[in-house]
Ligand binder design. Sequence first.
Ligand code: UDP
Length: 246
Amino acid sequence: MSKTATDTGAAVTYSRVMLKISGEALMGDQGFGLHPPTVARIAQEVKSVRDLGVEICMVIGGGNIFRGLQGSAQGMERTTADYMGMLATVMNALAMQSALEEIGVFTRVISAIPMDQVCEPYIRRRAVRHLEKKRVCIFAAGTGNPYFTTDTAATLRASEMACQAIFKGTKVDGVYDKDPKKHADAKRYTNVTYDEVLEKHLGVMDATAIALARDNDLPIIVFSLDEPGGFRGILAGEGTYTRVQG
Ligand code: UDP
């Protein structure tokens, strides 16, 4: 079990953060869909940070259910496929909401596409109020526009909510110069600039998201969500991660 912020007494200096996870993070070892024990485990990670008093925004992708590009590759019209992808993110957001409320964390699912019977529409000031009341805000339906990704949605909402950083939870503990699963000599960056990420095509996030983060001076911290206690530790500056900054 890895160390957490309180195990070591290290201080957490963040007061409001964005956690971005891909839809695939919720599917566990299955090839598709939702794996409830995995969703519950990530919910515990979020709770442990919420319990420190940190205000948490979340964006969850939809790739475990549907990706617009896959749909369009199979002959579907691109924008329709993208809307299906956005709807997939709403399902993931509801699954995370359910898992968080199961363990006593108050949440709101806030959708970029209004669907009043299911969740709240996105109203910036209302979302800020939820955060002030320590409710975890799960932003769903991406940006509400086709041709974007949930990485861009996370960057946009993080900027609007004045988050201090985006924490991108992945399957690896940072950004490498080549795929660490295929190359034993792959080197992990501790710090890397937005421009380097773009120039070297490092695959942290898509170019639109990186450019938006750069223009808004929003650091991106890439870490492994597979490490128990990882999210809380990373907030205290512990463990291994890559920090993307200007
Ligand atoms: N999507 C979109 N606009 C957005 C966000 C997402 O059209 O603002 C669609 C797009 O088709 C994308 C899908 O939703 O493929 C799922 O999102 P994403 O691929 O970012 O999910 P992840 O890879 O993080 O699971």
